[in-house]
Design a protein around this ligand. Structure first.
Ligand SMILES: NC(=O)C1=CN([C@@H]2O[C@H](COP(=O)(O)OP(=O)(O)OC[C@H]3O[C@@H](n4cnc5c(N)ncnc54)[C@H](O)[C@@H]3O)[C@@H](O)[C@H]2O)[C@H](O)CC1
Ligand SMILES: [K+]
Length: 522
C-alpha cells in the first residue's frame, strides 16, 4: 500500500518536523523546490522552452521561487509571476523571492485583473507553466483575480506542472474549488494526498511524483495511517494461497441469492466471477420462475425457490434456511428484486451467522427497510456492502452529488456508523473499514460502466472471502483485481465494448500476471 495523507495531517507533519524535530521550514521548502526543479528539468526539453512560474503568496509559492532559482541556475529561460500582493508573502516565500532575484531571476507582479491584462502578451509566450499558486492551504473556492489568471492559463493550452496539488483541487476530496488547473505532472511533497487520486482531482493531476522532503518517520508515524492507495505489490502478496495438497473444501462454499426472471443473468455473472476467483463451490438460489438460467456453467449448483414472474415469493424465504448449512458466506443482491419475499430473505441472511456480501437490490432493500439496516448494525460477522454512488446515496439519504463530492467521508462515515465494510464503486473505488481505514483503488476505466460489471465485482469479492480472505483485505483486493482485469481488456481490445463476463474470464490471466511479475503494463 502507498500511504496517503490529508491536508490537515500533512500540515501538522510539516509543523512538527519544524517545531519538534527541528528541521527548519526553509530546508523543507529548499528540498521541495529543488526536487521540483529537478523533476521538471528531467521531464521537459527546457533548453528549447521558456518557463513561467506562477507563485501565490503562501508557501506553495515559496516552493515555486526555489524551483525557479534552480532552473535559472541550470540556464533555463525562466520568469516568475508573483500573483498577489508582495505584502502578503509568507516569510519563507519572501526570503526565496529575494534569493531568486539576487540570483538574477526576472519577476513580473500582478495582483489584479488590470495588471494581468497588461502582462498577458509577455506571460503567454511561455512554453510551460509551473503552478505554485495554491497547495494544501487552499481553503475556499478560487474567484476574482486568481480565477481570471487560472482561466487565462487554461485557455492558453500551454502545459502546466503543478507543485503539491493542481491549484483549485481540494487536497482531501479531489473536488474542484471554484476552478482548477489541469496539470500534465503534479509534484507532491511528503505524501500523496487523496484528492490527487479522486475525480475530478485525478484527471487534473496527470503523472504524480511523490517527493521525500525529509519528514522523518518519528514524525509521520505519530499520525495513524488511515488512508492508503492499493498497489500491485500489495495485491500480489494478498492472493489466496493454493498448496499442492489443497482441495475444493479449502476454498469455501458460497451461497449466492438473486436472479429474478428479468435480471437472472446478474446471478450467473456473479457466480461465474466467484468461480473464476478461485472459490471451492458455489450454490445459486434463484426463483424457480427464472430457470433455466442463461449461460449457466456446469460448475454452478442451482436451486429454484418459490418464484413468480417478478421474483421470489411465498415460501422462498423459509426454504432458503436449510441452504445456509455448510456455507462459508452468503452473497445477495444481483438481480434479487426488492419485493416482500426478497426482504424476508435478506432478513434471514442478516440474522444468520454467515459473513455477507450485499450488492445491488440487497442494498436497495437496506435503504427501504430501517429494521434491516438495524440488523446490519447489530450483525457481528463481517458484512461488505458494494454500492455504486446512486445506491450509496439511497443508503445514506444523501444526494448522489453530495456522495461524489466527498467519497471518502461518505464511505468511511457509513462503515464506521454501521460497523460494516464498504466498497464505494466508481472512478477510484473507495474501500472503507468499520475501524476507519480507507483504501483507494485507481485501477479500472470507463469501459466498466456497463450492466453486469457490479455483479462480477460482487462475485470476485465473495470468491476471495470464501477462500478465507478477511473482509478488510478482500474488499480492496477484489476491486483491484476487477479494475486490473478491465484495464487488461481495454489495453488488448479497446477502451469500451468489452463485456463484464469477459472481465471475469480474464481473471486467471490477471492472477498469473500479478504472481509472475507483470509482463503487461498499461
Ligand atoms: N507539505 C509539506 O511538507 C511542505 C509544504 N510546503 C508547501 O506549502 C504549501 C502550503 O502552504 P500554505 O502557505 O499553507 O498555503 P498555500 O500556499 O497552499 O496557499 C496560499 C495562501 O492562499 C490563501 N488562499 C487559500 N485559498 C485561497 C483562495 N481560494 N483564493 C485566494 N487565496 C487563497 C491562503 O491564505 C493560503 O495561505 C504546500 O502545499 C506546499 O507546497 C512547504 O513549502 C514544503 C513542505
Ligand atoms: K499548486
Amino acid at each position: 500500500m502507498k500511504r496517503l495523507v490529508s491536508a490537515a495531517i500533512m500540515a501538522a507533519m510539516d509543523k512538527d518536523t519544524i517545531e519538534i524535530f527541528g528541521l527548519p521550514g526553509r530546508i523543507l521548502m529548499e528540498t521541495a523546490g529543488r526536487e521540483s526543479g529537478r523533476i521538471i528539468f528531467e521531464n521537459f526539453p527546457l533548453r528549447k522552452m521558456s518557463v513561467l512560474v506562477l507563485c501565490g503568496t503562501g508557501n506553495n509559492g515559496g516552493d515555486g521561487w526555489v524551483a525557479a532559482r534552480y532552473l535559472l541556475g541550470w540556464n533555463t529561460d525562466i520568469h516568475v509571476l508573483l500573483a498577489g500582493s508582495a505584502e502578503k508573502l509568507s516569510p519563507e516565500s519572501r526570503i526565496n523571492k529575494s534569493l531568486y532575484e539576487k540570483a538574477g531571476g526576472r519577476v513580473f507582479m500582478a495582483e489584479d485583473e488590470a495588471a494581468l491584462k497588461n502582462l498577458e502578451q509577455k506571460l503567454f509566450k511561455a512554453d510551460l507553466f509551473v503552478d505554485a499558486l495554491f497547495g494544501i492551504g487552499l481553503d475556499r473556492p478560487v474567484q476574482g483575480f486568481y480565477a481570471k489568471l487560472m482561466e487565462t492559463v487554461t485557455e492558453s493550452g500551454i502545459p502546466v506542472v503543478s507543485l503539491d496539488i493542481p491549484s483549485g483541487i481540494h487536497a482531501d476530496t479531489g473536488a474542484i474549488q471554484g476552478m482548477a488547473l489541469k496539470a500534465s505532472h503534479t509534484i507532491t511533497f511528503g505524501f500523496a494526498k487523496p484528492g490527487l487520486l479522486l475525480e475530478p482531482g485525478r484527471s487534473h493531476s496527470g503523472t504524480i511524483h511523490v517527493v521525500d522532503i525529509g519528514i522523518p518517520g518519528i514524525i509521520s508515524q505519530k499520525y495513524p495511517c488511515s488512508l492508503e492507495q492499493v498497489t500491485e505489490k500489495w495485491a500480489a502478496a494478498q492472493l489466496p494461497e493454493r498448496s499442492a495438497a489443497s482441495h475444493k473444501g479449502h476454498f469455501g462454499h458460497i451461497l449466492l441469492v438473486g436472479g429474478a426472471p428479468a435480471t437472472r443473468g446478474a446471478a450467473v455473472l456473479a457466480a461465474t466471477a466467484a468461480l473464476r476467483s478461485g472459490c471451492g463451490l458455489i450454490s445459486l438460489a434463484v426463483p424457480e420462475s427464472s430457470l433455466p438460467l442463461p449461460g449457466m456453467l456446469p460448475e454452478i449448483m442451482v436451486q429454484g425457490l418459490n418464484g413468480n414472474a417478478k421474483g421470489f415469493c411465498k415460501k422462498a424465504a423459509e426454504s432458503l434456511i436449510p441452504m445456509l448449512e455448510g456455507k462459508s458466506l452468503a452473497a445477495a443482491g444481483p438481480g434479487m428484486g426488492t419485493g416482500k419475499t426478497a426482504a424476508a430473505i435478506l432478513r434471514i441472511l442478516l440474522e444468520s451467522s454467515l459473513p455477507l456480501v450485499l450488492d445491488a437490490d440487497a442494498l436497495n432493500l437496506l435503504a427501504l427497510h430501517g429494521e434491516l439496516m438495524d440488523l446490519l448494525s447489530r450483525k457481528k460477522e463481517a458484512c461488505v456492502l458494494t454500492p455504486h454512488p446512486g445506491e450509496m446515496a439511497r443508503l445514506c439519504g444523501m444526494s448522489v452529488q453530495a456522495v461524489q463530492e466527498d467519497r471518502i467521508s461518505a464511505a468511511s462515515n457509513f462503515a464506521l456508523e454501521k460497523g460494516c465494510h464498504l466498497l464505494l464503486k466508481g472512478a477510484s473505488t473507495v474501500a472503507a473499514t468499520p475501524d476507519g481505514i480507507c483504501r483507494i483503488i485507481t485501477k479500472g476505466n470507463p469501459g466498466m460502466a456497463t450492466g453486469g460489471s457490479g455483479d462480477v465485482l460482487c462475485g470476485i469479492l465473495a470468491g476471495l472471502m470464501a477462500q478465507g480472505k478477511a473482509a478488510d483485505t478482500a474488499a480492496p483486493l477484489a476491486a483491484f483485481l476487477h479494475g486490473m482485469a478491465a484495464d487488461h481488456l481495454a489495453e488488448k481490445q479497446g477502451p469500451q465494448g468489452y463485456l463484464p463476463s469477459e472481465v471475469a474470464a480474464v481473471l486467471p490471466e490477471i492472477f498469473k500476471i500479478i504472481t509472475t511479475g507483470s509482463q503487461w503494463k498499461p
